[in-house]
Design a protein around this ligand. Structure first.
Ligand SMILES: [Zn+2]
Length: 304
């Protein structure tokens, strides 16, 4: 089975997906069932390509995908996902299974409803981000097992307090019992380690005590914060991050330059151009082999 999964429709998760799809001829494209409804297609049709507008790029990326699949006439490459979806379940030699824990039915319905509200308003300036942050409730979180090892991949699934969406829905809908999901020892922490990505029950019911945790930073929202990191470090045996989220401190300039900049710019952020990655390999007897490039970061220590 070869597949590409778009966990949800935000640029930090969808960018590059169309190029990937074009390059991987045999790969199926998996995404939330909400994105395969006519409301999502209509929205993409409303936004025209505009190479000068660095605004609605997540919509353009999705439009690129739809157009490509329409041109190739290969609609079967689209595969809709919602909670309980089984990507594969092999029981022969080493049992290997991948299932989706989200989005819940209610999250899908809400997402479709919100997409209809997003039509471009005549004469209005384009917003920087068209797809609403609530799309995170439509994110696909995953549970993967390989022999005795289980892994929880949290994507950007968040918690809002609504029992029918986000992490709450997974626990309310009894998905863990129903699918007999073993506790995971490896956790891709949801939503870049943010407080809204946290739920007590993730740590109580889905994970072993002190799992190995990791995440990626999200610079635009300064995630994870120092508090988030402290908490995750406390809960985990190790906490790994693809690059240090605090490394992009503002560059100190001469006073005169600094004053001038302050008078013309409301807010400034230094772009962190360091690309980090973490690679985890599992041996057939279940041992983990962790490595990363020079930008990956292990908390309590320095580079990996
Ligand atoms: Zn994200």
């Amino acid at each position: 089975m070869v597949g590409i999964l778009i966990t949800h429709w935000h640029s930090d998760h969808i960018e590059g997906a169309s190029a990937l799809l074009k390059a991987c001829h045999n790969a199926k494209l998996y995404c939330s069932i909400a994105l395969l409804k006519k409301e999502a297609f209509q929205l993409t049709a409303l936004y025209k390509k505009d190479i000068f507008a660095d605004t609605d790029k997540e919509i353009r990326e999705f439009r690129e995908i739809i157009e490509f699949l329409r041109e190739t006439g290969d609609r079967n490459r689209f595969a809709p996902v919602k909670s309980r979806h089984t990507f594969f379940d092999y029981r022969n030699t080493v049992s290997t299974r991948l299932v989706a824990l989200s989005p819940s039915d209610v999250a899908v319905t809400q997402s479709i409803a919100s997409l209809t509200q997003l039509a471009e308003k005549q004469g209005k300036r384009r917003a920087r981000n068209i797809v609403p942050t609530s799309e995170n409730l439509n994110a696909v979180a995953l549970h993967f097992s390989f022999g005795n090892l289980s892994v929880l991949l949290g994507s950007d699934l968040e918690e809002t307090g609504n029992p029918q969406t986000g992490w709450s829905a997974i626990f309310k809908d009894q998905i863990i019992n129903e699918l007999s999901l073993p506790v995971a020892s490896l956790f891709k922490v949801s939503h870049h380690g943010s407080e809204t990505g946290y739920h007590d029950k993730i740590w109580q019911e889905l994970l072993i005590e002190s799992p190995l945790s990791m995440t990626t930073p999200y610079t635009r929202s300064s995630l994870p914060t120092a508090d988030n990191i402290n908490k995750l470090q406390r809960l985990s045996s190790q906490f790994l991050i693809t690059r240090d989220p605090q490394a992009n401190k503002r560059i100190k300039r001469e006073n005169m330059v600094e004053r001038e900049l302050r008078s013309i710019v409301k807010d400034r952020k230094t772009i962190n151009d360091k690309m980090g990655h973490i690679q985890i390999r599992i041996t057939i007897d279940g041992n983990l082999n962790i490595s990363g490039n020079e930008n990956a970061f292990k908390f309590t220590s320095t580079a990996l």
